[in-house]
Design a binder for this molecule. Sequence first.
Ligand code: SF4
Length: 369
Amino acid sequence: MNVNWRAIPQANNTLAVLSAACEGYGYHLEVTDEPRPDVTIYSTNSVNERFYRDEIAGAGCITIAGGPHPSACYSEVAEYADYVVVGEGEYTLPALLAAIEEGRGPPPGVATAAGYTPARHTVLLDGHPPFSRIKGFVEITRGCPFSCGYCQTPRLFGRCMRHRSIDEIARYASRYRDIRFVTPNAFAYGSDGIHLRLDRVERLLRSLDGRIYFGTFPGEVRPECVSRQSIELVLDHCANTRLHFGAQSGSDLVLRRLHRGHTVEDVVRAVDLCREHGLVPIVDFILGLPFESDDDQRATLDLVRQVTRGGKAHIHYFMPLPGTPLQNDRPRPLLPETEKVLGKLALGGRITGSWMDHEIRFFRRTSHL
Ligand code: SF4
């Protein structure tokens, strides 16, 4: 059976993970830019899903869809795709390919127009390589104990952090000169995500040989985890000169309603600590949150200004994502003064992002179907 993977740039790391998983079961994924027989697999998010919907519906082959959007809206997607892999694909996708080849019904974890039975397993990272023939970033942690209202990560991967072992990480990292990791919070490695185990982070960093980028693209940190001790680990073992974390809002009221689990003061402290130690803070913000008042938006703007005095801000416009608590909320418009200030900061190269283009915003970089 010929199994194809539809090339979608946002899903490159997912391709690396799932290609390795399928290889283990004897399936070789051929990358294609159009649907091809016998089977073509798509991994989409809520922005790009609409560009592939008609292609999937009209494909002259068996189609499998997965990723953040199909996982959250599986009934809707099952109306135009033959199969929808809901959630993690490392085990479910090869099991589905085997079922198709043998003419059996789909395994648990797959939705079709006829119905859906949830998966009965959880993926343990050590049981599945982060990549094989097609290289990708090494995913060190999956799952997040926080529940930020706009984020799909805990809904896709659960709220319990699962870590890859240090030996396995070192094995795959040794294939890179520049080592980068996928994780929802790099400083949470080895912990439950709330009570940090920086001793384990240190053991991990000491076990690696190469230029390590930790707490920056594609695996960031949370602001309350930035401390003298965690910054020293980066300075002692890593090559990055930047630390990337999310502030999201300059209003404590908004942060509480988002269930962010940190305060504005945590963000200010993290920014100051970075500057004190010579790291450039890169800070994410979301504007246009549904329950943000004019004053909340002004407070965010003030925090953006503060951050950009010695760091950079990355601005997004709120987009409700399916499967999240804010999925039915609408973004509120930006104040004219907000657009003006952001425009000026952007011209000076102090902020980046997509506050004018509401279609582009932050998505976790890995979904693994
Ligand atoms: S935004 Fe980050 S901390 Fe919040 S739920 Fe998502 S992954 Fe977790």
